[in-house]
Design a protein around this ligand. Structure first.
Ligand SMILES: [Zn+2]
Length: 196
């Protein structure tokens, strides 16, 4: 029997969809390995159980997402009825959710030409970089994520993307790329990895 070592990532939608599809045709033996702080691998190897019930529930195209947008220079931007704001150059991080068709929603955000519908549409059409981070879940977590980001990033205009909730805003700003910030990764980790 051939053995294929693969990385099991609970957040990878395509991967999880595939193992669910072939779960009866393949023998899947998941193991956890440990990385030490110097990035060498420890000898500790642990057998894991795949949480099939949890996967069945969670592996659906829905949940929350973050958009990381880059603005190259200061710009006065009108955000629909919310008003005009001076946006500093830097990185803007937006939190939203789509409880169905998450992929299609993110694809829509990537398009520059579209009918202006959400506050974020006014920003995506003028920003220079685009990165999306989907956080698939059966729970709508966008406000909790916004809360977590508010403690590590500067807040954007009040009311941005938060007309229907109690959050101050769903848009955040950082001078440097949040992807280089450990605090950002730690904040997301809480939401990306679900322990059944
Ligand atoms: Zn909210």
């Amino acid at each position: 029997m051939k053995k294929f070592p693969i990385n099991f990532d609970q957040t990878d939608f395509d991967f999880n969809t595939t193992i669910l599809k072939f779960r009866n045709d393949l023998m899947i033996l998941p193991r956890a390995i440990e990385w030490k702080s110097d990035l060498s691998m420890s000898k500790k190897v642990k057998m894991l159980e795949i949480p099939w019930d949890n996967l069945q529930d969670e592996v659906k195209d829905r949940g929350s997402y973050l958009l990381v947008l880059k603005l190259e220079r200061h710009k006065l931007i009108e955000i629909g009825r919310l008003g005009k704001f001076m946006f500093q150059k830097g990185y803007y991080i937006y939190v939203g959710s789509a409880m169905s068709n998450l992929r299609a929603r993110i694809k829509r955000h990537k398009q520059k030409r579209k009918k202006m519908h959400w506050h974020i549409d006014y920003l995506t059409r003028v920003t220079d970089g685009f990165l999306s981070i989907p956080i698939r879940s059966s729970q709508r977590q966008e406000c909790e994520i916004a809360q977590a980001l508010s403690s590590i990033l500067k807040s954007g205009p009040a009311g941005f993307g938060s007309s229907d909730c109690k959050c101050l805003t769903h848009l955040f700003w950082s001078e440097k790329s949040p992807l280089q910030m450990e605090t950002f990764h730690n904040a997301l980790q809480r939401f990306r990895i679900k322990h059944p």
